[in-house]
Design a protein around this ligand. Structure first.
Ligand SMILES: Cc1ncc(C[n+]2csc(CCOP(=O)(O)OP(=O)(O)O)c2C)c(N)n1
Ligand SMILES: [Mg+2]
Length: 413
């Protein structure tokens, strides 16, 4: 008889979470890696071999006490940094209000970017406006950078008559053509191959249009991740491929997905320069993305980046993290809070202060509430109006196939 393979009899070990509910979460206080540890290679000349240390280390610019230093310091002017801070505050306040809306039955579902606000915001700010964004559900912040109106975002989350995708997508699965923000897919990971394909087309046409995409630590187990890296390695298109390691998939810890090495190191096997960056450090994120864009624009192909961060909130409004991790684990994360870190840096440089911060937070919150009210003019979740049922059948096929036509007639719409 074949012996059953159980957790105690498996001949191999699998990665487990460092802490479980009831444990004292302790990541050792601070990161061992410091700003200035790693050099910044010439982006136009850099090979994968030149990034071996960058794939196992951690690129940082902001120290634990908010001072910027090292070769990766992007030397941003005050206006850009304050703009970045404002976008991050906007996203957090928007998310906080929207999760409350979900809890009180005004939205059906919601996903926050809590603790990860710097990622899509700093990285999109480092791009050019013609570049294409292939996000997961954890990068809605890119839309703020590209100027999307909050009313339109809330209309989508409600799924009312002004929802630009007419209720066909889950809430938070935004799509925004004008901002070159490609539709978020529920099946995770599909965006990676799409980004590589569009980047190949861009190179073929000779356009200066770079693609950026993100997927999570859990999603990196999907074949899509490897297909994308394989094509990126072979064809060297202008693409920036980010693995956002926020420690958790839903209840599965990143230790199960890595096999013990860093996510960044996987890119080296594909001969793609690979960097690992502190994902709660706005300046480091901006800098590595600018570097990757410079490489892409110089015709040097893809860059693979592990964004090392922590998902401070639940996976989504349907998740209860207290059943699989200590409640205060996020407070122990050595990377701290991305908003507070940039704020501290600006305050130290006398470019920002508490009064301005409080006033800005209030202004944004008022704007979010006014936008929610304005969005409800086009229908709320409880009573509509919603997009008409006939839109289930439209705008997908140019020529409607017979079986879809048959279903439409059956519905009588
Ligand atoms: C192909 C596929 N498998 C499973 C799911 C269900 N699912 C949605 S998100 C998710 C976890 C993803 O974790 P990660 O990639 O780490 O991203 P994060 O949410 O942490 O940003 C899972 C399992 C899905 N949507 N698609
Ligand atoms: Mg994750």
């Amino acid at each position: 008889m074949t012996e059953r393979v159980t957790a105690t009899t498996t001949p191999y070990t699998i990665g487990r979470p460092p802490f479980r509910p009831g444990d004292d979460a302790d990541f050792g206080g601070k990161f061992a890696e410091q700003p200035g540890d790693l050099n910044r290679p010439d982006p136009a000349k850099c090979s994968a071999q030149d990034t071996v240390a960058h794939a196992s280390g951690l690129i940082r610019v902001l120290s634990d006490d908010g001072v910027a230093s090292g070769q990766w310091n992007p030397q941003l002017d005050a206006e850009t940094m304050i703009q970045g801070l404002e976008y991050m505050m906007r996203l957090r306040i928007f998310d906080d209000r929207m999760i409350k809306m979900q809890r009180t039955g005004k939205l059906s579902f919601y996903m926050r970017s809590f603790g990860e606000e710097a990622i899509a915001i700093a990285q999109t700010m480092a791009l050019e406006n013609q570049d294409w964004i292939f996000p997961s559900y954890r990068q809605p912040g890119a839309q703020f950078v590209r100027g999307r109106d909050m009313v339109s975002m809330i209309c989508h989350c409600i799924g009312n008559t002004e929802d630009n995708v007419k209720g066909r997508q889950m809430p938070v699965h935004y799509t925004w053509k004008e901002g070159r923000f490609i539709s978020i897919s529920s099946p995770v990971g599909t965006q990676f191959s799409q980004a590589v394909g569009v980047a190949m087309a861009s190179a073929y046409k000779g356009d200066d249009e770079v693609c950026i995409s993100w997927l999570g630590d859990g999603t990196s187990a999907q074949g899509d991740y490897h297909y994308a890296l394989n094509f990126a390695s072979t064809f060297k298109p202008p693409v920036i491929l980010n693995v956002v390691n926020n420690q958790w998939a839903i209840s599965t810890h990143a230790n199960l997905a890595t096999g013990g090495r860093t996510f960044a190191e996987r890119g080296l096997a594909y001969d793609i320069p690979s960097l690992r960056v502190d994902g709660n450090d706005f300046l480091a994120l901006y800098s590595v993305t600018k570097w990757a864009r410079d490489r892409a624009a110089a015709g040097k192909g893809a860059t693979h980046i592990e964004v090392y961060t922590y998902r401070a909130g639940g996976h989504s409004s349907s998740d209860d993290p207290s059943v699989y991790r200590p409640d205060d684990e996020f407070k122990c994360w050595p990377g701290g809070d991305p908003i507070l870190r940039l704020k501290e840096h600006l305050v130290k440089a006398e470019l920002w202060n508490e009064t301005r911060h409080t006033a800005l937070a209030k202004k944004i919150d008022d704007e979010v509430m006014a936008s929610y009210k304005a969005a409800c003019e086009f229908g709320d979740l409880a009573s509509g109006p919603y997009p008409p049922a006939s839109t289930i059948f439209t705008e997908v096929y140019e020529e409607v196939p017979w079986h879809i036509q048959e279903q439409r007639e059956e519905l009588g719409k």
